[in-house]
Design a protein. Structure first.
Lengths: 236, 236
DNA sequence: ATAATGTTTCGGCACGGGCCGAAGCATCGA
DNA sequence: TCGATGCTTCGGCCCGTGCCGAAACATTAT
């Protein structure tokens, strides 16, 4: 082993099917109980318990005992990004996974990526925002323009408050299904939250899938994607 | 297993110490022979051969037979990014690797990250470029300003040509040793190339370490870091 | 209390896979 | 043509570890 961080122990943890399954299930950023994760991975509770202990020990997860339940979540956004990075390689990896489940299309269309939106809709959103000048995309890097800030403020997202957070405002996140970038960071999270609050889309129970309603999709596109400058008076 | 790319096989490959060692050795972007990788990992040639075959099969590596040698390299930048992402988690992961080798300080100071510079010098470079207005850093996102483009053109880097490439020009890459960002992407690669061409630094044989000469470091800083001032707040 | 549910610890089994010895192919240099 | 070098394939050993049964522990409900 040459010098530098030792990646083998971390990767080995992710490399077990049962553990990978649990981590994937946690990718939506929510906390699940140990029992739920055990069922998710298809192993007995004892086995899952052992896995979770090791992953917490390694800093991949955080566990919080509450009553007789044990809530488990990813230790941080960095872990999520690592998992997405591995997914990016996995999806390229030769044989593209023999059987694509029936839910696969829905998952590619819209899903939660840690705490922001990913999938076709998310990629469309980002590219539309860039096209209308709300975001400035130079290569893979994103910057919110003044126009964009105004757009989101009008929409009801408090950009100024978001800026005070230590969390990056805009982050381009590589979408494993689209192979293009979508919007992450604090702004990405805020947008997804707004989508849920307005009922434009709902999460499918027990999955990462985000399903837009027909009306919600229309409104979503009207707000960000289309518009062009048809009614320039609307903004500010 | 829920739906989505199956990360376990990829992570399992990285999770073996010998294979992780080989991958880490390839992180500098160069191709190494199977034999060199075997010695690097401390395993017999047959063992290494098996590992390499599996990793190629999975799309992590590319092998190219040339004469009686077999040259091996990472399959692409995406694989490198995945490895860096895992390193980022590994370095956070509780115990920070018991014994830090004697070369560790040099590695932290300057090293090759796939094809651009990483380490203290690289972080210093990025922050200086931002401070003088050559790059615009909003959160984690980087954009080359007009002033910055002029700076690099004067320096001898052909920004216009770089822009024509499909590769992102500026990419912020999280530095595992500094826990801050350094400059990657096409521009980052071009800068490192220029540093070598001008003899400001040399690679230490057989490692990722980049050692600046005393004079080279002075010139490097004069070109990018110091100088100071230059632009007022020319935010676009 | 007693029972039910959820989680953890312990112990032992069994399978997968990493490892090397031996041998088989290629290529390069006399 | 003949050895030397580098890589690969095959076969068998063996250690690591994922798995579950059994049981202990903790919390909540009846």
């Amino acid at each position: 082993m040459r010098h530098g961080p030792d990646i083998a122990p971390i990767a080995a943890l992710v490399g077990d099917p049962a553990r990978a399954c649990m981590l994937t299930a946690l990718m939506d950023g929510r906390a699940l109980t140990a029992g739920e994760l055990a069922r998710e991975a298809g192993v007995a509770a004892q086995t899952a318990s052992g896995h979770l202990a090791r992953m917490e020990e390694a800093g991949l997860l955080v566990r919080r005992k509450q009553g007789r339940h044990c809530y488990v979540a990813l230790a941080g956004e960095e872990v999520g990004r690592m998992l997405e990075a591995i997914m990016g390689v996995a999806v390229t990896s030769g044989r593209t996974r023999a059987r694509t489940g029936p839910r696969e299309p829905a998952l590619r269309a819209g899903r939660v990526c840690y705490d922001h939106l990913a999938g076709t809709q998310a990629v469309e959103l980002l590219e539309a925002l860039v096209a209308r000048g709300a975001l400035w995309q130079e290569d893979a890097d994103l910057t919110l323009t003044d126009d964009g800030a105004a757009l989101f403020e009008d929409f009801g997202i408090d950009i100024r408050t978001l800026r005070t957070s230590r969390r990056p405002l805009c982050r381009s996140c590589l979408d494993w299904s689209e192979r293009r970038f979508h919007l992450g960071g604090g702004l990405g999270a805020a947008v997804l939250l707004a989508i849920f609050e307005r009922g434009w889309a709902r999460r499918e129970e027990g999955t990462r899938i985000v399903r837009f309603t027909a009306d919600g999709l229309r409104r979503f596109r009207a707000a960000f994607v289309s518009d062009g400058q048809g009614t320039d008076g609307t903004t500010r």
